[in-house]
Design a protein around this ligand. Structure first.
Ligand code: UDX
Length: 485
């Protein structure tokens, strides 16, 4: 006879410790809590500290979902003084595999989330790049779903890597970055060499990122399913390609929009900010005093950097365009030296910025993008930024920096036609021209497309219900196993 109390659904969520993935995973976690699913959210100590210093995040989740949400932390293995910048991602992943993975294994195997704990974990949701999660989940007997927080179109190019290498399309045979790629099924005629993820621009297939991605490609099909922060109307052709490699696909996005819709009601609150930088909210009062759709918002997210020369090219382009602008200059985002002899700001830039600009170190981006004064977004094409812009119907100028961003910007410019792709260029004349096109000359055309896609995004039917059912199914299986053993 069964002699144990029923087990309730309990998901351990393990995000890649970067701002973008953290945002998506916390939104998913909150949606799961609202559906009475217990969450253990596993952050690295470094991220947890920054979250606590910059927001009231810990209190927000713990007090709003006292019976459903808890944080646990693991070290990422890097010395505290080491930077966690974009160029350090391979180091971060390797050190997490060495240091964080064994602690995670113990936590799920015999620790606070193990089978003998009061609330054993019944499902793991981990970032797709955590290949160590498949072995641990199999060994302990807990089902695993991978949540790839980048776009399906970008992940699909990652999964095509073996085919590209086999067909001799990688490494590139010459310098022609406009050559069309043929071995990315479902993307025929769309992807040029320059639109492949940035790590493809190498002659060395033993490059650490390439090797990490090839490993990820082998592990993704081993999970019980794949979760995406996207919606069918945006990426249906690519989502259908994934059905060939994974038994269960859940397109649950745009997560922030679905969460916002769920939180609307008598106790409505905006979705919670999970920033690991301190937000400067003064830009919202600045926006309040600007005319409708007159401001271009400029941000390169949490990891991208630019040189001093690029900073000045963008700055001149912005001022020369005559547009108003709100610019996020994250501390540390301007690197190295350029030809600009000194840090002295030319008079015309100082004057132009004083008249029409606002510069902050970190903005409340979701709030900024839905502000009526914003007319466009010059973005690095990170997936969260892209989705946030799509939901608010803001046309984009894409200036991708690395990894998945090259693919996203191609889709924005060529497939969805929601803006312009400025990839591989940073010239004041081009910046000015593109801003004029998006904000004035072709504004009607882009706005019509952007508003249409925003409507589809808001009306999209999240596949989260199927995800809840899947988690409930895993939990029932676990219960039966426990009761009859
Ligand atoms: C990383 C990768 O760089 C990106 O390529 C990948 O698609 C996701 O993970 P990041 O570069 O930070 O992310 O970009 P993005 O995905 O756009 O996420 C940035 C997040 O920070 C967004 O949710 C955005 O709203 C937020 N943000 C950004 C702010 O809250 N304030 C800011 O000033 C800038």
């Amino acid at each position: 006879m069964p002699n144990q109390a029923p087990i309730s659904p309990h998901v351990l969520i393990f995000p890649l410790p970067l701002q973008g993935p953290l945002n998506s995973m916390l939104k998913l976690a909150e949606l799961l809590c609202l559906n009475h699913i217990k969450i253990t959210f596993l952050n690295t100590q470094h991220i947890q500290e920054r979250l606590c210093n910059c927001t009231n995040s810990e209190n927000y989740y713990l007090s709003k979902y006292p019976n459903y949400f808890r944080f646990q932390t693991v070290p990422d293995g890097l010395p505290e003084e080491n930077p966690r910048t974009g160029d350090q991602i391979p180091n971060l992943l390797e050190s997490m595999e060495a240091v964080a993975a064994p602690i995670f294994r113990e936590m799920v195997g015999c620790g606070v989330c193990g089978p003998d704990s009061e609330n054993p974990v019944t499902c793991i949701i981990a970032d797709g790049i955590f290949t160590f999660a498949t072995d641990i989940a199999t060994e302990i007997g807990v089902p695993l779903l991978y949540f790839d927080t980048i776009s399906p179109c970008a992940l699909w190019t990652y999964l095509c890597l073996p085919k590209l290498i086999e067909a001799g399309e990688l490494p590139f045979k010459d310098d022609n970055l406009d050559e069309i790629i043929t071995n990315t099924p479902g993307m025929e005629g769309i992807i040029r060499r320059r639109d492949l993820p940035s790590f493809c621009r190498t002659n060395n297939l033993n490059d650490r990122i390439i090797q990490l991605v090839l490993k990820e490609d082998k592990h993704i099909p081993l999970a019980q399913g794949l979760i995406f922060n996207t919606f069918q109307e945006l990426e249906a052709p690519i989502l259908s390609q994934f059905l060939n490699i994974s038994p269960n696909i859940y397109a649950v996005g745009p997560l922030h929009a679905h969460l916002k819709a769920r939180l609307v009601g008598p106790e409505a609150e905006p979705t919670y900010s999970n920033s690991i930088w301190k937000e400067d909210k003064s830009c919202i009062s600045w926006l309040d005093s600007q005319p409708l759709k007159s401001v271009i918002y400029v941000s390169i997210g949490s990891l991208a950097v630019m040189t001093k020369d690029q900073l000045f090219e963008i700055w001149h382009g912005l001022v020369n365009s005559g547009s108003r602008f709100l610019w996020v200059r994250r501390p540390g985002s301007v690197v190295g030296s350029g030809n600009s002899e000194s840090d002295e700001i030319p008079l015309e830039l100082a004057q132009g910025t004083k008249e029409k600009g606002c510069i902050v170190s970190w903005a409340p981006q979701e709030e900024v993008l839905c502000h009526p004064a914003i007319g466009g977004f010059l973005t690095h094409s990170g997936w969260n930024s892209t989705l946030e812009s799509i939901v608010e119907g803001k046309p984009m100028i894409c200036w991708p920096y690395f990894v998945d961003q090259q693919v996203n910007s191609r889709y924005v410019g060529e497939v969805w036609k929601l803006g312009l792709d400025m990839k591989d260029t940073c010239d004041r004349v081009v910046v000015e021209k593109m801003i004029r096109e998006v904000m004035e000359l072709r504004n009607d055309e882009f706005l019509e497309r952007a508003n249409g896609m925003a409507k589809l995004a808001k009306a999209s039917v999240s596949e989260a219900n199927n995800l809840y059912k899947c988690i409930a199914h895993f939990t029932n299986q676990k219960h039966r196993t426990r009761s009859y053993e």
